[in-house]
Structures are given as structure tokens and as C-alpha cells.
Write a protein that binds this ligand. Sequence first.
Ligand SMILES: [Zn+2]
Length: 285
Amino acid sequence: MGIWSIGHDHGHHAFSEYQWLDDALGFVLHSSFLTPYFSFKYSHRSHHAHTNSMEYDEIWIPKRKADTLYSEVLNNPLGKGNLFMTVVRLLLSFPMYFTFNIHGREYKGFASHFYPQSPIFYDSERKQIWLSDAGMLVAFYALYKVAAATSATWLFCIYGAPLLVMNVHFIFFTFLHHSHPSLAHYDSREWDWLRGALSTVDRDYVIFNGVFHDVTCAHVIHHLISIIPHYHTVEATKAVKPILGDYYKYDNTPILEGFWRETKDCIYVEPDEGAENSGVYWFRK
Ligand SMILES: [Zn+2]
């Protein structure tokens, strides 16, 4: 996950002064973790450009109560706070997001990070989506060769299982960055970039902050100025905290407790009662 985070820095052009170097290194790193580099770079850029917009954010757009499939299938004792469902979501959401845009923005047409004609991308980006796919094919071929030279079990222990752990972390972090009872979502009547960027929360993963290159505890600054490389984000957070005052969101609830609470309490969003047309939405359970 730490190395994947460096690939994420590359996607933000936060590693080097040369775009080609960022892209070359990010492409190799992310492809080797079965992440389509350019596809994610572009959809992630859109996430940063539209954070917490009900219409245009790219990931973790909360459902409304009226979404009956969601509220009836998941918001019940089986889905809500259910350990089995939670584990399944943690394990599968990462590949499902890339492949089928699960948890992603609603698009007309087939939205997938692997499909160059996907509505996620602009026409000028489509060639690079092919390149992302080629990187994934090369990675799969290399894994096939390694499995053939060793064994599938060996490959699973050395690569597959750690990759699953990484996938879980990615979903765990990003869910917790964008899901908290104090965070609002906005539709086009109220959304603006700064409101969205400030609607994300830093958390304390104690000794694991360093392991994960502080993406855990310095996400607010990452949304404000995404070209700051990970190794300066803690310092930058300290600098902006006094300026942001109450606009800076931080929660130091023990991380597993926070995850369980948000899983149960941040199910869907609705406007405040009597303010149905306010354009501002809050998490409900
Ligand atoms: Zn980012």
C-alpha cells in the first residue's frame, strides 16, 4: 500500500518536475499492482476536481434513501454493519470499481477503467487507456510466467495475498476519508470546489501512519494541494490547521471503532428536514 501510494503521487505529478518521469514510474508501479495507471490518474483527477459533489464526484458518492435497491438490500440487518458484507466489500470493491465502476459516478453507457471508450474519459485520454490495459496485460503475463516457474500457491502467498491486503486497505482508507457524520455532500446548487475539498477527514492510524506514507492522517491537505508529495503532507497539514480552524476535520476515534461506526451510521444521505431544497446532504443511518 505504501508503494502504491507513491504511484498515486506520480499520478498527481507530485514526484518529479518531469511529467514523463512521473508517468513512466507511476505506470510501472501501478501496473505491477494491477492498477490501470492512466485510467486511475484521470478518474482520480476528476475525483479531486469534484469532491463530494452528488452529481460529479467519481467515487464514494453516497446513495439517497430513495434508492430502494440499495436501501432495501443493504440497509437492513443483513447489510448494515454486517461483518460478512463488510469483508466482501473490502475485498472486492477495488477490482469491482475499476472493472464495473461500483461505488463510482453514474454514467450513461458502460463505465470501466479498462474500456478506452468509457464515458469516464475524454477523447484526448483514450489512447493512454489502451496503454494502461497493455500494462495490465504485461503484468498478468509476467505473473503467469512466475506461476509457471514456481507454483500458483507460491505466487498467491508472495503476491496474491498481499495484493488482496492492499486492496482492502485502499477501500478502507478511502471510505474513511470520505465517510463521517460531520461531512456534508452537495448538489450543484451548493457545491463548490473548496467546500468539497474540505469535506474530507484526517484520521489517526497511530503507528501505521508512517507505513502508509501518511495518506491516512493528511488527506485534507492532499485535497487542498494535491501536488504536495506524501513526505511533506504532515508538515503542510500542521501549517494549514491554524488557518482552517473549524474547517479542518480530524477524528481520532480508534480506527477500527471508527470504521465500524461509519459502516453502520453513514448508510445514505438526505437533506435536513425542512431543508429539502437546500442542496446540502448529511449522512443518515
Ligand atoms: Zn489523490
